[in-house]
Design a binder for this molecule. Structure first.
Ligand SMILES: O=C(O)C(=O)CO
Length: 313
């Protein structure tokens, strides 16, 4: 049955939508490969992947495939309905990624607000003797207003951390539990925030959520931070907003594509800080991710309910 569906669809179809833009063969990207390869050899009925590409024609080679066990939270790189239509489950690893991603979100916020990178570069290349140099003046984090778009587990953990900085937290979701003030709508959140943090999943509703209009509502002193997916922000609009001073700065752990082409205008701008999608890159989180991936895969192989099965939106 799978063979028939596959033969019709697979030639041109990719199972992933390139959130990371990679195209190397999947198996070479798996980490830690020993655990995963062992499973590959012994079971052959489950298939594990990190946050990377899976070509649909790969499935033709795996007629007894039971599950695509993805590492990380987002599954926007996978065509879940199509994989499901082949009788294959999809799973992710929520929860274990939240702390490290929230930590990085705060790191980006602080680094951008206080020009930490610029200071480091200047110190190592062209040190000045001036104290309180004007060009390294930042904006205050303590007491500032932080609008969080997306109050899932990661958004919630960011809010918890921000409270340590006495920040006022705004959310369009009613999140009293974390002490956030409720904002009627996204426009109000954008207007009132000193820092806007994007922590939503990428879906058809959140793609291009922040464009020209939304950026123009933000304060000229505001900073946009994105730890979700590059596609949530319209990058052309962001380039313009940063060039024209419509917003102060941006700090991005995600772009579209990843990495950006070397001649991309975002890379030319002095007021943008970009890291290469390292939200979940800690040893602890990697261990947690692999543990969950294996749990998900083994459950599927044994015919048990898959703990973190992802259903199509
Ligand atoms: O968990 C994920 O999907 C991430 O990309 C975290 O950065």
């Amino acid at each position: 049955m799978r063979g028939e569906t596959s033969a019709r669809n697979l030639k041109s179809r990719h199972l992933f939508s390139s959130s990371r833009g990679r195209s190397e063969p999947l198996l070479f990207q798996l980490q830690p490969h020993i655990v995963l390869e062992t499973l590959w050899n012994t079971a052959f009925s489950c298939f594990l992947l990190g946050h990377c590409c899976l070509r649909s024609d790969t499935l033709l080679l795996l007629p007894s495939l039971k599950v695509v066990a993805s590492g990380g939270m987002g599954t926007d790189h996978l065509d879940v309905p199509f994989i499901n239509s082949l009788g294959v489950k999809v799973a992710n690893t929520p929860g274990v990624v939240s702390d490290s991603t929230a930590d990085l979100a705060m790191g980006l916020l602080l680094a951008s607000a206080r020009k930490i990178l610029e200071g480091e570069i200047e110190h190592s290349t062209d040190p000045k003797t001036v104290h309180i140099p004007q060009h390294l003046m930042g904006v205050e984090v303590t007491g500032a207003t932080l609008g969080i778009i997306g109050m899932g587990d990661i958004g919630y953990k960011i809010a918890q951390r921000s409270k340590g900085f006495d920040m006022k937290i705004l959310s369009t979701e009613d999140e009293q539990a974390v002490g956030a003030s409720y904002c009627e709508n996204l426009d109000d959140l954008l207007r009132c925030s000193d820092f806007v943090m994007i922590a939503v999943s990428l879906t058809s509703e959140t793609s291009d959520l922040i464009g020209h209009r939304e950026l123009s509502l933000m304060k000229p002193t505001a900073t946009l931070i994105n730890i979700s997916r590059g596609q949530v922000v319209n990058q052309d609009a962001l380039v313009e907003a940063l060039q024209l001073g419509i917003i102060r700065a941006a700090a991005l752990d995600v772009t579209h594509p990843e990495p950006l082409p070397r001649d991309h205008p975002l890379l030319e701008l002095p007021n943008v800080l970009i890291t290469p999608h390292i939200g979940i890159s800690t040893y602890n989180t990697a261990r947690g991710i692999v543990k969950k991936m294996v749990e998900n895969a083994l459950a599927a192989v044994k015919g048990l309910p898959v703990p973190n099965e992802v259903k199509p939106h």
